[in-house]
Design a protein around this ligand. Structure first.
Ligand code: AHG
Ligand code: MN
Ligand code: MN
Length: 318
């Protein structure tokens, strides 16, 4: 299975061969290349856990009557363990942890964030779910624009795919039956305008301006595409080359629902690298300062036309 024994761990021999080859040509530094590769590999283990759980999400008993961790926590453990021995991750911040976990000795270059299992409420329905990862240098309490060096997400659907960017375009890989990630699309580029929209939140909770924006998209003929999983919903917009995902400010929750650090920053990084745009309705997601782990904010993300339109509608006097 290809060339790959040079990474020092025979478990990984032959995995993501194309990913490694691709990243060489993309000018990504060696350590970051290895880190992205290790994180991509967690997708295999997490998907094995999903299979093992047989669609049960919460703590459950296995065949031998032993209590199992919830899938969210299992995925978190898998990622944390993988990073623990990487040698170049200083801190790990996860949606499943109350505080930042110190992994290194204090001199390592990278800080990793994770939403280990996104869309976990969809597990029982067998809809697609995902994993979202951000990689930062120096600190995570910063503007994404200043701290992020890479991001990736994994989709668990009929196929397992991995989309990453290390600041040199956005690339998609598909996990094959031999357990290798094979490059499927290099330098994904979105169109200026798409034809789908993916609106999170309840209509009765929308602000007047947001509602007018959605009515505009509907009048323009945009088709509704909302699964309730952030990863597959964003992935659909990327792969279809356009459209918009929103989880807006709601009347009772002005910061929306999704988390800036674990969910929004990584997706903004990936979509910007594919020629798209991500804002909170005013400012770029990657310009927002992260103050705390649980920080939430509204999001409009996708192709330029739809996201710019959202800004116009939100700025209007209501
Ligand atoms: P998580 O499973 O990591 O908590 O995230 C769920 C998120 C995201 O996947 C999705 O976009 C959003 O919640 C859906 O929210 P609604 O159920 O309010 O539509
Ligand atoms: Mn999530
Ligand atoms: Mn989650």
């Amino acid at each position: 299975m290809g060339e790959g024994s040079g990474e020092g761990n025979s478990d990984y021999t032959g995995l993501v061969v194309d990913l490694r080859r691709q990243m060489w040509t993309a000018g990504v530094e060696e350590e970051l290349r290895r880190l992205i590769w290790q994180l991509a590999v967690t997708g295999k283990y997490i998907s094995a856990k999903i299979h093992e759980s047989n669609r049960k999400l919460a703590g459950f008993k296995n065949l031998y009557g032993e209590e199992q961790l919830s899938l969210d926590r299992s995925a978190d453990e898998i990622i944390k363990n993988q990073l623990q021995f990487s040698g170049f991750v200083r801190e790990y911040a996860s949606e499943e942890q109350d505080a930042v976990v110190l992994l290194g000795k204090g001199r390592e270059k990278y800080f990793v964030t994770a939403d280990p299992l996104d869309g976990s409420s969809l597990v029982d329905t067998n809809l697609a779910i995902g994993t979202i990862i951000g990689i930062h240098k120096k600190s995570i309490f910063a503007r994404g624009r200043d701290s992020m060096v890479a991001a990736l997400y994994i989709t668990y659907g009929p196929l397992i795919t991995m989309v990453y960017s290390a600041g040199h375009g956005t690339h998609e890989f598909v996990l094959n039956r031999e357990g290798e990630y094979v490059l499927s699309e290099e330098n994904l580029m979105m169109d200026q305008r798409g034809s789908i929209y993916s609106p999170g939140g309840l209509r009765k909770d929308y602000t007047e301006n947001h509602l007018k924006y959605l009515e505009y998209l509907e009048a323009e003929g945009h088709k509704l595409r909302y699964s309730g999983g952030f990863v597959p919903d964003i992935n659909q917009i990327l792969i279809k080359r356009g459209g918009v995902f929103t989880y807006p400010a709601l009347k009772k929750s002005p910061h929306g629902k999704l988390r800036l650090l674990f969910e929004l920053q990584p997706m903004a990084f990936i979509i910007e690298q594919a020629g798209g745009v991500a804002t909170d309705g005013k400012e770029a997601i990657l310009s927002l300062q992260v103050e705390n782990l649980d920080q939430r904010c509204p999001i409009y993300i996708g192709s330029r036309f739809e996201v710019d339109k959202a800004k116009e509608f939100l700025a209007a006097e209501s």
